[in-house]
Design a protein. Sequence first.
Length: 472
Amino acid sequence: MPNNSPPDLIRSRLREPADPALAKASVSVDFDKRLAPYDLAGSLAHAKMLGQVGLVSEEDLRLMIHGLQELSVEVAEGRFEWRAELEDVHMNLEKALTDRIGPAGARLHTARSRNDQVALDERLYLKDVVGKISRLIWELREALVKKAGEVKDTPMPGYTHLQRAQPVLLAHHFLAYYEMLTRDSGRLGDLEKRLHEMPLGSGALSGTGLPIKPELVAQELGFPDLSGNSLDAVASRDLLMEFLAFGAILAVHLSRLAEDMILWCSAEFNLAELPDSLTTSSSMMPQKKNPDGAELLRGKTGRTIGNLVTLLTVVKGLPMSYNRDLQEDKEPLFDTADTLELILPLAKAQVTGLKFNKSRLTELADDPYTPATDLADSLVLKGVPFREAHRQVGALVAYCVEKKISLAETEAEVLKRFCPQAEPDILKRLTLFQLLAARDKTPGGTAPKTVQLRLTRAKEMLAEEKDRRGAG
């Protein structure tokens, strides 16, 4: 019968059992058990390497492989019994393996430490998470491009300081978020390149004097390179910090998108509406239709920012190399990954479900005073310094506001009084769609033909990325 009493696996140097308060604070298995599939994969690769270099016998290797495979099935099916007194995922799995296969299990930890073990687990976990989130970002970017294609001819008021400024195309607005998310995707791709170093073999901090071949483990697990410094390999968490920084930036972008949708769907703006399936009602006011999905997108951003600050604060004062403070790296990591996997599909659903009030958008885009900048630009073309043109047009707008007329309603003699160099019919020519079309001088402007070019290129980029992912 196996001995199921708590083992003394790591306190052989110490003469007293751990104080209950320390023991309780040391427990991390309730959250780091999520690393179990990666821990088992690393252990399996490590065992095979130990067999190949002769540090374990063929029989011990056979027992190890069989035991680790059994544990992998139990973990995957949720049947493994986790024990808090064993502290963490590593000791739980090692004890379970030793109980099953005897002394061979005790040989598995040869030439490794929990320090390089957890560094490996976290890299393997991140590689999986990066792949999942990359696909979710692609899907949201695709949804933004599809929505831009649906509304590509619809104007809307562009805002600065949340005040109507100049008209833009609604498609241009959606493509702005596409650009943000494309950069987010690039940041994640950059991180992925830095996950290529395999840290196992670094030991506790200095490596090992045993005749191991870490390159065999790296090959088994799909790492192209080995860590270049054993201290760095076990002490650094910048890969996790980079992921959390990426996650916070991505969530901020989604929060801004959510805020736009919340404003658009308000009765005051009345620019768009979300389907009932993406809204909630009030527990008290039966007439309400609340954009809770968008509000949750906005609200959950705080978690991702907090997770980044948490890990930065944990690591900032640590001396080289490993310190137990690093136990606190996992919960922020898991929480940000979970949050992003939750809110990216929600954002996609929100974008896909939006329906627009196109007549209202056009009405607000055709603001009585939005031609002001183009009027000033027309004066610049006549040789008027821009600051003087700005002053003249500003005075004209103030006059029109006082008289409660639009710029287009200004009489020719009034225009001449305020803007002596202006062409008499210039205001009649500064229509909404002329204002949009005039933005063709800027490669990233809102002119319809420019937006169409960018929309086409965005579709091509998404298709190329999909092909690369399929090929990979």
